[in-house]
Design a protein around this ligand. Structure first.
Ligand code: MN
Length: 325
């Protein structure tokens, strides 16, 4: 039996980051018998997990999929079109899309009236900040346990992710999670790994016309935008990170394909909200997208050099081509 407007669901498919993890854990706290599957935007878009999605599936913090039953998200480029929406809802689907700072926040507000979510309370502001570029330079440099924890979350660690979901469903707060031995061990690793990564990023980043370009392709290293924009400091308004492998594929989690991520410099006073970076992410890859300030795509034919030089051109014409009104 479902309560009020909350649809029946027995499966939760969520993004594999902190936002997706919290969104999934909150939904599972409401319905502990639901199965949680952590996925990734590219896997939804490529159709690789179509067979897992049915009308009892809730999708959180990921691109829209017409076969699911309940779609919850906050990404601007994922908002279903009016046509998609009317077809979907006439088939019984429910859409909760709001431009909240995090998808977890959206889920939290929906579930809160029906379920005790007090163990999530302390965590929510951080998840919002992290997912919407609200981390300050000071917070970033401090690299506290929550920052480190966010980097331990990955699609390549399904058992670890499930363990954390189970703890949160069981009522553990974030401090209990962080002090669990297996988590604490990963936090220590992340502390050291970041020092190493910071060196790699510094060595592989160059700035062209206030765009910091960081080449991590084929290095085995990955980073979010914060480390690159912190490295670039006031010399860049945004960054473009190239990662993945020249011989990678969306179906091999350990060896993803060549991709680009774009982030506005959230540490810079006017860094955010000025330019719509999602226009870069969707310029060649129809399945690229995300937020105005944070988005990504896969490198498309004829290849990295071409894509990158075109993006640079668009960036150099940013006041006409990317400017947000
Ligand atoms: Mn999100």
């Amino acid at each position: 039996m479902s309560i009020n407007h909350i649809p029946h669901f027995n499966k939760i498919i969520a993004d594999s980051d902190f936002d997706g993890l919290c969104g999934a854990a909150i939904l599972k706290k409401y319905n502990p018998s639901a199965e949680v599957i952590f996925s990734h935007a590219a896997l939804i878009r490529s159709g690789s997990i179509d067979q897992l999605i049915d009308s009892k599936t809730a999708i959180v913090d990921l691109p829209f999929h017409e076969k699911c039953g309940w779609y919850l998200d906050h990404h601007r480029t994922n908002k279903p079109s009016p046509d998609q929406l009317s077809v979907f809802t006439s088939n019984g689907g429910v859409v909760d899309w709001q431009p909240t700072p995090s998808a977890a926040r959206l889920v939290y507000e929906i579930i809160k009236p029906y379920c005790d979510l007090s163990n999530f309370l302390d965590l929510m502001p951080f998840v919002d900040e992290l997912d919407s570029g609200g981390i300050t330079l000071q917070q970033f440099m401090e690299d506290n346990e929550l920052m480190r924890f966010s980097r331990t979350l990955s699609k390549t660690e399904p058992e670890y992710m499930q363990m954390i979901v189970e703890m949160m469903v069981g009522g553990s707060d974030i401090n209990e999670v962080l002090t669990t031995p297996v988590v604490a061990e990963k936090l220590a690793f992340q502390h050291h790994h970041r020092l190493e990564l910071a060196e790699i990023v510094e060595k592989n980043t160059h700035i062209i016309d206030r765009l910091a370009i960081c080449h991590l392709e084929d290095t085995g290293f990955f980073t979010n935008g914060y480390l690159v924009t912190a490295t670039a400091g006031n010399d860049a308004d945004a960054c473009c990170i190239i990662h993945g492998y020249s011989d990678g594929s969306v179906d091999s989690p350990d060896r993803p394909p060549l991709s680009a991520s774009f982030y506005a410099n959230s540490f810079h006073e006017h860094g955010q909200g000025r330019y719509d970076l999602s226009r870069l992410a969707t310029a060649f890859d129809p399945s690229g997208g995300g937020h105005v300030n944070a988005c990504g795509c896969r490198i498309q034919d004829p290849g990295l050099e071409h894509n990158l030089s075109q993006w640079l051109g668009m960036w150099q014409r940013r006041d006409t081509e990317l400017r947000v009104n």
